[in-house]
Design a protein around this ligand. Structure first.
Ligand code: GLU
Length: 564
């Protein structure tokens, strides 16, 4: 058995890293730091059909992005390594270890082969339903070990663990003592037909071999614990201390799950009147998939199809996976801080009655205590996350903000730096930082910088802004705009201060308020009534673009103006 003592994060690589998983990883790292243990990552890829190396790499990459580095585990990037020689850390590479354990259990009659086919098992379940009794697989009284061992050579089989009779007691460090009754006492499978262990066997063996003395995980695993405890007893392994942390719920009280994306699209699709037109615009293969999906509420679209359909419907998918929050432009520190509060309360802020909410991971690791873990459901409050994000974005130094944006843009919107270049992007970042709640706001079509990326002749004008700032008054905004155009055209330097100065001088000369000049200009170049300070707005666009936009605005609206 391993001489080390470690906590672990053990994801199954069947998709992206879910925020619940990231929370488990954060808590385990903090617990390890608190205990002076190592923090280990193990890839639980025994479900061959659903696991993939792409998913594994994605999970490890997301952990690294969050800054959750592991001391022991798969080596990708800088984290990990195997200083104690307890790996490999992919369960699919540990099959011989599990086989050895299974043989040990078979020899001592604590496990046995079972030969029912999936169809036979279905029938047994059906019969139990008809008799209105719970189906629990138990070894038949007539079982003959000698016969079974002989049949093993000839017939496909699984290996089942012989569960002891009677209820099983689990002591959870968060939830207290829980007694699992008879319904949990089933002889469950530990080795599948394909020679792969089931999750229960692999997790118990690995936890023991890898020195895991504290298992902190989501409450969705609570019902798995009695089986794992029974296996530990049979194998004479110490039972680790268990900490089951609350599930994460949406604000509406539903459990936050990967299915939420499907649910949102489904309900939007149902309410859409022109579904058939949207369907027609989709690729043929997807049309088929969507038609089947529409008819069967239990069916789920693949992530790729779901996102194509969501695009067609113009519906935003809820953020569920770490990748979603990354793409939405949250900073890793913000996500970590927010997730650390889900099922953990750090207590009151110094000298106040307020709960402490804002802290970094150094603080979290130093102040982590299992006594502060919660019992009740954790609510995922998206508004709070956005407020955290706005605060963190605003607290960044301009340099760091630019760096974060550049890194984000490289992954999600590479065109910005490619087409504008670093100098211009630096200007954009400094002009918009205080107006952004996320990094994605910098390029969002609804964000404060949307006007920058418009085609100069394609500015879309807000009717209200046009009516208020261009059409009204004597002289009208349009008239002022046509006059101030030549001032702009004659400017030689075009920095924000010069622009502000020239516009102010123009207002003074004409004895009108600054707003009477600034707003028509702003509407002309952005289409709307709000943007960063005028000097910055015009400077960001550059003189040539500003003039094209003014001309295009004048030609579009002077027509309307004279017709009215
Ligand atoms: N591999 C399991 C999962 O991803 C976790 C197992 C455990 O924590 O015991 O849900």
């Amino acid at each position: 058995m391993a001489k080390i003592s470690a906590t672990r994060f053990a994801p199954s690589p069947t998709g992206h890293l879910h925020v619940g998983g990231a929370r488990t990883a954060l808590f385990n790292r903090a617990l390890a730091r608190k205990l002076g243990d190592s923090f280990l990552v193990r890839i639980e890829d025994t479900d061959q059909a659903r696991s993939s190396e792409t998913a594994t790499l994605g999970i490890l990459e997301d952990l690294s992005w969050l800054g959750i580095n592991w001391d022991i585990g798969p080596v990708h990037g800088k984290s990990g390594g195997d200083p104690n020689n307890i790996g490999p850390f992919y369960q699919s590479q540990r099959l011989s270890i599990y086989k050895g354990i299974v043989e040990q259990l078979l020899e001592t009659d604590l496990a046995y082969p079972a030969f029912e086919t999936p169809d036979q098992l279905d029938k047994m379940r059906k019969d139990a339903r008809q008799k209105k009794v719970n189906f629990r697989y138990r070894r038949d009284k007539s079982f003959s070990r000698t016969n079974a061992i002989a049949r093993m050579q000839r017939e496909p089989h699984v290996i089942r663990f012989k569960m002891p009779d009677g209820p099983i007691k689990v002591t959870d460090q968060v939830l207290g003592e829980i007694v699992f009754g008879d319904e949990h006492v089933e002889d469950f499978i530990i080795l599948k037909r394909d020679g792969f262990p089931t999750y229960h066997l692999a997790v118990v063996v690995d936890d023991a071999f890898m020195g895991i003395r504290h298992v902190l995980r989501g409450q969705e695993h609570l019902n798995n614990t009695p089986r794992q405890v029974a296996l530990q007893k049979a194998l004479h392994y110490a039972t680790p201390l268990y900490y089951h942390v609350p599930l994460i719920f949406n604000q509406d009280g539903s459990k936050m799950s990967k299915r939420d994306k499907d649910k949102v699209v489904r309900s939007f699709y149902r309410e859409t009147i022109n579904r058939s037109e949207i369907l027609k615009d989709l690729p043929k293969l997807l049309q088929k998939e969507v038609t089947l999906w529409e008819k069967d509420k239990n069916r789920q679209l693949s992530p790729k199809s779901l996102s194509s359909l969501a695009d067609g419907l113009e519906v935003n998918l809820p953020e569920i996976d770490v990748e979603d929050f990354r793409k939405a432009g949250y900073l890793p520190e913000t996500v970590c801080n927010f997730l650390s509060l889900l099922g953990f309360s750090p207590g009151k802020q110094d000298n106040t009655d307020e709960n402490l909410e804002r802290f970094d991971q150094k603080y979290f690791c130093e102040n982590f205590e299992t006594a502060k873990l919660g019992h009740s459901n954790a609510k995922f409050d998206r508004k709070k996350l956005l407020a955290f994000s706005a605060e963190d974005i605003n607290n960044l130094t301009p340099d760091s903000f630019l760096k974060h944006w550049e890194e984000w843009a490289k992954r999600y919107e590479p065109w910005v730096f490619d087409s504008f270049g670093l100098a211009k992007c630096t200007l954009i970042a400094s002009a918009l930082q205080s107006r952004c709640k996320t990094l994605a706001d910098l390029t969002s079509q609804k964000g404060p910088g949307a006007f920058i990326y418009l085609d100069d002749r394609g500015v879309v004008f807000d009717d209200k802004a046009v009516a208020k700032f261009l059409m009204k008054g004597e002289p009208s905004g349009l008239k002022i705009l046509s006059e101030v155009r030549s001032v702009i055209a004659n400017m030689i330097t075009f920095n924000p201060e010069d622009v502000e100065l020239r516009v102010q001088e123009f207002a003074n000369e004409h004895q009108i308020g600054l707003g009477k000049v600034a707003q028509p200009l702003r509407v002309a170049v952005t289409g709307i009534a709000a943007s960063p300070p005028l000097g910055v707005t015009l400077n960001l666009l550059g003189k040539t673009s500003v003039l094209i936009r003014i001309d295009s605005c004048l030609s579009q609206h002077l027509k309307g103006f004279s017709q009215n």
